[in-house]
Design a protein around this ligand. Structure first.
Ligand SMILES: Nc1ncnc2c1ncn2[C@@H]1O[C@H](COP(=O)(O)OP(=O)(O)OP(=O)(O)O)[C@@H](O)[C@H]1O
Length: 627
């Protein structure tokens, strides 16, 4: 047997709430740590969650309370500065969007000019107008109108050109929207990947995925197709309003009364829309969070017969969505209704006032019908503009949390810092204290040494902080106090990615991905393509997994199920994780209860293989165990 130095993490026998963690170093000093008793409630802990319905209720209450706080905070933060950030997303696609606007201008001009020309044709039946035109000479619009009447094919071609412009606009804006959504998703996902573990302790994976899918969709739509629809509406409104003034200034009087009402409605409902979108996206994310967490732990749910309870938890979240949706539906209805009402009141007044002006000889039938056509276009434009405004506010609301995810700065960077390629002297914990976010202190002032090239065991009862020591070594968290030295370099100064590449870890609950066994073994390699068949065979043999892999018809190419759940036993998963840790020939090997899922024979074989490996390689090894 190889010599193993032991670090003993022991829980106090008497004090439950704040006793001491007794942590003597392998050879020398003793350190004392406070050892608060804690219950942990996170996604990895579904078994404990489901074990106690009281705990589950507490968790639901906590989630509701914190989500309410978050909602309030975000509503206060919602501002137009978000709009500039969203607009910046569209910058890389300015050409595509510009082309879309060009098509928009073309299509809208064609369909705006048509009523003006048609109005001129109607005037041909009005004697007074015809005589006036004869005296003043025919205007250009009337000439075009007559030409189009005589050459209907030209009119059809003009309308087809207008329709083609709509197709072009639609295509450019739709694809620009998708590109923006893709960028946004990639940017946020890339950023989320670099966040430290404390971030993932606070945010549920399901919620993050919901942001990436539904929030990004809303934002992308707001700045692409919606923007083009909005601009088309603005174009239509300003064009038709201009032509209304040009056709008859007198008839514009009844229209001006409704303008302040329209802007007031926009302002009030825009604010409401932003508020409800924020709340809605939050509620959807919460529901997705619950569904993702429970479905990814479906086996535990089934074993503990918790289907009904989980369905109720999901229903509660869906009910939150329903409550928001009811309010949203009501205010949306009021908004669209008031736009329609104001628009139609304006048109009716125009008709009444217009007929009055005709009777006095101040307006022609053609002018009235053109004016009415423009007014109808204007009302249609206003209705589309309200939808545009609504969608834009939705985009602003949805972007808020997405940008928060992308802008939050990780405490531990992914790369950058000193580069080392070996552990020569050893690793030293110097007065280390650690507290998980929002938890009590796990340990205080801990000092011990892990000599290089030797096996060190960290032993202690459950919950005493053994895996936390491994987490600190992997720099998944920074110590709250004190420092960890690797050959006298502070771990905080080392390049985190490079340092982690030097470590092979076999965690307590190994996670495998839904790909081939081969890919799972190579997963930690910097360049998996460089791993040879001989290396794979060797680590598979060392981890005692070669035999069972050979029994699969596809061998190393066997695709294992999601998170390695199906097709492999717990022990088989653990052995593949050992092979994965060994394949990169790490300088430091951390085995966190690595053989706990193996039967006595397999454990003996794995230990024997590891002992062989370690005798020849002089690796630094940390074995975490209860015993
Ligand atoms: N991500 C986390 N966030 C908050 N608290 C955590 C987190 N991970 C662990 N803890 C808490 O830290 C304490 C130490 O956990 P740790 O996993 O290090 O113990 P352990 O000695 O490895 O236990 P075991 O032998 O059961 O694996 C526990 O009380 C646990 O509840």
């Amino acid at each position: 047997m190889l010599p193993v130095s032991r670090i003993l993490l022991s829980a106090p026998l008497q004090c439950i709430r704040c006793g001491f963690l007794n942590l003597p170093s392998s050879s020398t000093a003793r350190s004392f740590c406070s050892f608060p008793r804690q219950s942990i409630f996170n996604s990895a802990n579904a078994i404990r969650i489901l074990r106690s319905s009281r705990l589950l209720q507490k968790e639901l209450k906590r989630t509701f309370a914190s989500s309410d706080k978050r909602k309030a905070l975000k509503l206060r933060e919602a501002s137009w500065s978000q709009f500039l950030k969203i607009a910046r997303l569209a910058l890389p696609y300015k050409r595509r969007i510009g082309l879309g606007f060009l098509f928009l201008g073309l299509g809208s001009s064609i369909f705006l000019v048509t009523p003006h020309i048609l109005g001129k044709l109607i005037d041909e039946f009005d004697d007074s107008k015809r005589n006036k035109a004869k005296a003043e000479g025919e205007d250009r619009a009337l000439k075009i109108a007559k030409y189009l009447k005589q050459h209907p094919l030209a009119l059809i071609l003009l309308l087809v050109a207008g329709a083609a412009a709509i197709v072009g606009r639609s295509y450019c804006m739709h694809t620009a929207g998708q590109l923006i959504i893709n960028d946004l998703r990639t940017k946020v996902f890339g950023k989320v990947l670099t966040h430290d573990m404390a971030f993932f302790d606070k945010n549920r994976v399901g919620e993050i995925v919901s942001r990436l899918s539904s929030d990004a969709l809303v934002v992308g739509h707001a700045v692409s197709t919606n923007l083009s629809d909005g601009l088309r509406s603005l174009f239509t409104i300003s064009g038709s309003a201009g032509l209304m003034v040009y056709t008859s200034t007198a008839l514009c009087k009844p229209v001006t009364i409704v303008i302040p009402i329209i802007f007031g409605t926009f302002y009030v409902f825009g604010k409401l829309q932003r508020k409800y979108t924020l709340m809605m996206q939050e509620a959807v994310a919460q529901a997705n969070g619950v569904a993702t967490e429970r479905l990814s732990n479906i086996k535990t749910v089934r074993i503990l017969v918790a289907e009904t309870r989980e369905l109720q938890a999901y229903k509660d979240k869906i009910h939150d969505i329903w409550e928001i949706s009811k309010k949203e539906g009501l205010f949306k209805g009021i908004m669209f209704g008031s736009f329609q009402l104001t628009g139609y009141l304006a048109i009716t007044s125009v008709l009444f006032y217009g007929t009055h002006l005709i009777s006095k000889g101040l307006l022609t039938y053609g002018e009235l019908s053109s004016f009415c056509l423009y007014a109808a276009l204007c009302v249609g434009g206003l209705s589309s503009l309200s939808t545009f405004y609504n969608e834009l506010m939705k985009g602003l609301g949805a972007s808020q949390r997405l940008f928060q995810l992308a802008e939050e700065k990780p405490l531990i960077p992914i790369t950058g810092g000193k580069k080392i390629d070996d552990i020569v002297k050893g690793i030293r914990f110097e007065g280390v204290a650690f507290t998980y976010p929002d938890r009590d202190t796990i340990f205080n002032d801990v000092s011990f040494k892990i000599p290089a090239g030797k096996i060190t065991a960290i032993v202690g009862p459950s919950g005493s902080g053994k895996s936390t020591v491994a987490n600190l070594l992997l720099r998944l968290y920074n110590p709250t106090q004190g420092r960890i030295l690797v050959d006298e370099h502070d771990l905080r100064e080392l390049d985190p990615s490079l340092w982690r590449r030097m470590i092979g870890t076999v965690p307590q609950e190994p996670i495998l991905f839904s790909t081939t066994i081969w890919n799972n073994i190579c997963y930690g390699a910097e360049n998996p393509a460089l791993i040879t068949n001989a290396q794979i065979q060797q680590v598979a043999a060392q981890s005692n997994s070669l035999e069972f892999i050979k029994t699969f018809p596809e061998g190393f190419q066997t695709v294992i199920g999601e998170a390695g759940h199906s097709m492999l036993s717990g022990g088989q998963k653990q052995r593949i994780a050992i092979a994965r840790a060994l394949v990169t020939d790490p300088k430091l090997l951390i085995m966190d209860e690595a053989t706990s899922a193996l039967d006595a024979t397999s454990e003996y074989l794995v230990r024997k293989a590891l002992n062989n490996l370690l005798e020849h390689n002089k690796k630094t090894v940390i074995i975490i165990a209860h015993r």
